[in-house]
Write a protein that binds this ligand. Structure first.
Ligand SMILES: [Zn+2]
Length: 436
């Protein structure tokens, strides 16, 4: 899928033919999903359609269970108050993010609402089969646990993988930290859940999520870096479109090289960014082996006076600034967004890093640059993976809602924050066959 502005309905087109109606229905649902609730009047202006067309399209989305309306609020403007139209968060997708030490599973509703999040720590790096079994078990647990009265109708699954992904076939070509090579992921997960599955690179998912819902809303030239236990991934938007490369493997920014570095990377080259700026090296000075990234800020703050921790954070910021200043020459981004553990490196403020990047950059190119932390935090990759899974529904709301396979999962009552999301540990001797 491609991030960017919501599809706009052509001006002046009515509901005369089915193709136009489907296009317009897609434009309305996509606008609601990405930008939240609108009044009918605002939708009319935004999409360039007339009032009766919007009224019919909204009515159809409500009938399909994809949107709902609330009463108009009084206003001082001209004309009648207009009802509010909302994306219905009780339609959702399952989002999955396998990493070296855990698999995180989310239930994400229309509008980007994360209903549930479960991070399951694994004793060993999860295989594809273990990931599939674990997702199956978590969803079975969720389905059996009626937490709230409103179930979520699941229309698909999105998976964000730290590696090179052939999105069209759902095959992971290479995920070095997971040890997955030429591994079909969409097929076995789809067979287990009976739902369509889409797979993407984790950093591409993060860039999409931040550009739609987070720190890069409206930014058309973006460099996004995601740091996880699996390394550093990159996502780049150029003029609002993702930089894909010839086979979709582009923007592997973790494997651009840092000056003076001497460590051999798993990719076989020496001095890659992700060998120098790494979560493992932060954890080593913190005396930890694993961490939920939501806890990393607190861990770094708690050790703020520890000289070895301060030295390591400063060293990583120095390396990062040097590499980022080169990205400024290549991409001339409007904004650089840092996610995952890289966000924790600038938790105290991004100004110091920006100053260093400007000092190292070809001067005029960084004049208007901003650097900021990703906003979606632990929800980032779930929302990004979910976006891929929502794509068929957004493209053809009526077709998918009427005929697509669905699964009912109870939601929690509200968007879980880091404090009340779930976590669990999957014992290494739990075989996939006994996981349910
Ligand atoms: Zn490398």
């Amino acid at each position: 899928m491609t991030p960017g502005p919501a599809p706009r309905a052509p001006h002046g087109l009515g509901t005369g033919n089915d193709q136009t109606r489907r296009h317009n229905l897609s434009a309305v649902l996509t606008t609601l999903h990405h930008d939240g609730d609108h009044t009918r009047a605002h939708l009319t202006r935004r999409l360039g359609l007339n009032r009766s067309t919007i009224s019919a399209l909204v009515g159809e989305l409500v009938d399909l269970g994809l949107a709902y309306e609330t009463a108009a609020t009084a206003h001082a403007g001209v004309g009648r108050p207009s009802p509010h139209v909302h994306p219905d968060p009780s339609v959702g997708v399952i989002a999955v993010n396998p990493d070296t030490d855990a698999v995180t599973i989310g239930l994400v509703g229309l509008g980007g609402t994360v209903h549930r999040r479960m991070r399951v720590e694994t004793a060993t790096v999860p295989t594809v089969a273990e990931t599939v079994a674990l997702v199956e078990r978590v969803i079975a647990d969720w389905t059996a646990t009626a937490i709230a009265t409103t179930p979520v109708r699941i229309v698909g699954v999105g998976v964000a993988v730290p590696g090179l992904v052939r999105t069209e076939s759902g095959v992971v070509t290479m995920a070095p930290h997971l040890g997955w090579r030429d591994a079909p992921v969409a097929a076995p997960l789809g067979a287990a859940l009976g739902l369509p599955v889409a797979v993407t690179n984790d950093a591409h998912a993060g860039a999409i999520a931040e550009s739609l819902y987070g720190a890069a809303r409206g930014v058309r030239d973006l460099v996004y870096l995601n740091g996880s236990s699996g390394g550093i991934g990159g996502g780049v938007l150029v003029g609002g479109l993702p930089l894909r490369g010839a086979r979709g493997f582009g923007a592997e920014l973790g494997h651009t090289r840092a000056p003076g570095a001497t460590i051999v990377c798993h990719c076989g080259r020496t001095g890659c960014l992700e060998t120098e700026v790494s979560l493992d090296r932060l954890l080593a000075v913190l005396g930890r082996t694993s961490i939920d990234l939501d806890e990393l800020d607190a861990a770094l703050t708690g050790h703020a006076t520890d000289p070895s921790v301060r030295h390591e954070v400063e060293r990583q910021l120095d390396v990062l600034s040097s590499v980022l200043s080169d990205y400024v020459s290549v991409f001339e981004p409007e904004r650089i967004v840092l996610g995952g553990f890289l966000g924790s490196l600038i938790a105290g403020g991004a100004d110091t890093l920006l100053d260093r990047v400007r000092a190292g950059a070809f001067a005029p190119l960084a004049d208007d640059l901003t650097i900021t932390r990703a906003q979606l935090r632990s929800r980032l990759l779930l929302v990004g993976a979910a976006e891929l899974a929502f794509a068929p529904l957004l493209a053809d709301p009526a077709g998918v809602a009427k005929s697509g396979p669905t699964l009912q999962v109870p939601s929690t009552n509200s968007d879980p924050g880091p404090a009340n999301s779930d976590s669990a540990v999957w014992a290494s001797d739990t075989s996939p066959s006994s996981a349910r």
